[in-house]
Design a protein around this ligand. Structure first.
Ligand code: ZN
Ligand code: ZN
Length: 158
């Protein structure tokens, strides 16, 4: 975590912002929890008020430390930027808003990059990064064998 905090300190410094205890508390929550909603952040960092957390998130997003995870409805989640934690993708539950971080195999990730670069070139577009998320239903929200969603449903073995 030391190197991530150093990197964030530099990014903030470049933007003329100080790495205050409030900003640091917020970053530590995101580093620990991964994609989080504002209520989850506030629950995990009791010293932060809603207004300061909201303000910090806006500033951290503007300097590229924090990014939004596209989630349905009012389940907006934020996480540390890809450049800080490592490139990954998301499984997004459109029912409950749960987000699971996943990584693709190296070969597959390279194939995705190549395919996107080819499409971009066709449009004279200069690509910088990609977001690919899979939307659907998480284990708790997917209809079980009986057709009813059950949080305790176990996966069927075939
Ligand atoms: Zn769900
Ligand atoms: Zn990728």
């Amino acid at each position: 975590m030391t190197s991530v905090h150093d990197e964030i300190g530099r990014l903030l410094d470049d933007a003329g912002l100080r790495y205050t205890p409030g900003r640091r508390a917020l970053i530590e929550v995101l580093a620990r929890r991964g994609p989080s909603t504002l209520p989850e952040i506030l629950a995990a960092a009791p010293g932060l008020t809603q207004s300061s957390a909201y303000r910090h998130l806006g500033e951290l997003e503007a300097v590229g430390v924090v990014q939004r995870v596209p989630t349905p409805g009012d389940h907006t989640r934020v996480e540390l930027a890809d450049g800080l934690t490592g490139h990954h993708h998301h499984l997004v539950c459109d029912a409950c808003g749960a987000v699971i971080d996943v990584e693709l195999d190296t070969d597959l990730e390279a194939a995705v990059e190549t395919a996107l670069a080819r499409v971009a070139a066709r449009h004279a577009f200069v690509g910088e990064r990609h977001d690919i998320d899979l939307h659907g239903r998480c284990r708790s929200c997917a209809p079980g064998p009986s057709g009813a969603a059950s949080p305790t449903a176990t996966r069927r073995r075939s």
